[in-house]
Design a protein around this ligand. Structure first.
Ligand code: ADP
Ligand code: MG
Length: 369
């Protein structure tokens, strides 16, 4: 009874501190509770594990980082975004080639001893290229998570747009800082440097900037990994491009990629809609992963608001882009085969004549026997 009394008091006290929004005090209090005698081991270690996973602003891990996090001298604007424990909503979908390169980057560091013994160093600088929304930023996050390292992101376009006059010193500042910490550094939107080229008033500063970057690329320590990403590799100075040890080209997904991504996405958000994967993977080829994700979210939103059923909105996506005659036939056939539409409905969605659909279905049936 007395024991319960203590627990109740603890609980009320904890609730009071928590409701007042003092995270730091909640932490301190939880620490104290975790160390108390007479608790089960499971309870204490569960608390300690939680405290370890959720470092707040005042915890030792963060303290060290935050004190030194580079800021713009005048505005105090933080130049780096830190993801201490990188987290991925969904596992990324990559081509064999991209995946094997990313995995190798991780393996190199996991087997560092072997490399060093052979007189080799791990890859230090990597350049991610490719259109927007295909997983470049995500790739850096994936690598950091696999390595169990924090991810530091320097969004160059943000830094450049506001602080061009001081970008050179800001950049040096950030790079020096990132070098001193075991982390994966992502310099995102690298082309921001190149894009400003045409503005002649800024050429001097830009030259300095490129020089800083090139120097740092050559000097980057093998204890860290520097990844730069750009949507416009064509804008990059070849001198910059050449300095990276490992280029990785990300591309818009082919049908197989769209299929894998849609499969995983629908599996998570609307498992009963998985039958649409087959058709949508055909009609969404040519779009980026983030585009596809957005389309599905929009469809889900419409379905939730208008009560028309998600399948209705997914069926609108089937004809969201121009398809060749051949593609439209293929889509119509898949609609009927997967039981998503009658021949008439398939005709309405795709515009393919019912006769044509019937003929193809028959031919397919013969082939399958
Ligand atoms: N290859 C991929 N696999 C899975 N999801 C992806 C992929 N590429 C993009 N996405 C989705 O789109 C979002 C934006 O991707 P991002 O990595 O920022 O693209 P990029 O940096 O190439 O412009 C991601 O958060 C993820 O939800
Ligand atoms: Mg990005």
């Amino acid at each position: 009874m007395a024991e319960n009394d203590g627990v109740e008091k603890d609980f009320v006290h904890l609730a009071r501190v928590a409701l007042s929004g003092r995270t730091q005090d909640v932490q301190t209090y939880l620490h104290r509770i975790a160390k108390r005698r007479g608790l089960t081991k499971e309870f204490s270690s569960a608390l300690i594990e939680l405290l370890r996973k959720n470092p707040t602003r005042s915890s030792p891990l963060r303290k060290g980082m935050e004190k030194a996090l580079p800021t713009d001298t005048d505005s105090r604007f933080q130049l780096l975004r830190v993801e201490e424990t990188p987290f991925l909503q969904m596992e990324p979908v990559y081509t064999e080639q991209v995946q094997s390169t990313l995995s190798r980057l991780v393996e190199e560091r996991q087997n560092l001893g072997t490399l060093l013994e052979a007189g080799l160093e791990p890859t230090r600088t990597v350049l991610f290229t490719g259109p927007p929304g295909v997983g470049k930023t995500l790739g850096a996050r994936w690598v950091a998570r696999e390595l169990g390292l924090p991810l530091m992101i320097l969004d160059l376009s943000a830094v450049m747009s506001s602080y061009l006059g001081r970008t050179g010193s800001n950049l040096r500042h950030v790079l020096d800082y990132a070098k001193s910490i075991d982390c994966v550094l992502l310099i995102d939107e690298l082309d921001a440097i190149a894009k400003r080229r045409d503005d002649s008033g800024e050429i001097g500063e830009l030259k300095r900037l490129v020089t800083v970057l090139l120097q740092q690329l050559d000097d980057w320590p093998s204890s860290g990994l520097l990844i730069a990403a750009t949507n416009h590799s064509d804008l990059l100075d070849p001198a910059v491009w050449r300095r990276f040890e490992q280029p990785v080209n990300f591309e818009l997904p082919q049908e197989a990629g769209v299929r894998a991504f849609l499969g995983a996405l629908l599996d998570e958000v609307a498992p009963d809609m998985s039958v649409w994967v087959d058709i949508l993977s055909l009609s969404l080829v040519g779009r980026s992963y983030s585009d596809i994700e957005r389309e599905v979210t929009l469809a889900r939103r419409s379905a939730a608001l208008n009560g028309k059923g998600l399948d209705h909105y997914l069926s609108l996506l089937v004809t969201a882009r121009e398809h060749s005659k051949q593609e439209r036939i293929e889509i119509a056939v898949r609609l009927v085969k997967n039981g998503l539409a009658t021949q008439r409905k398939a005709h309405e969605i795709t515009g393919v004549a019912r006769d044509t659909i019937r003929t193809h279905l028959k031919n397919d049936a013969i082939l399958e026997v």
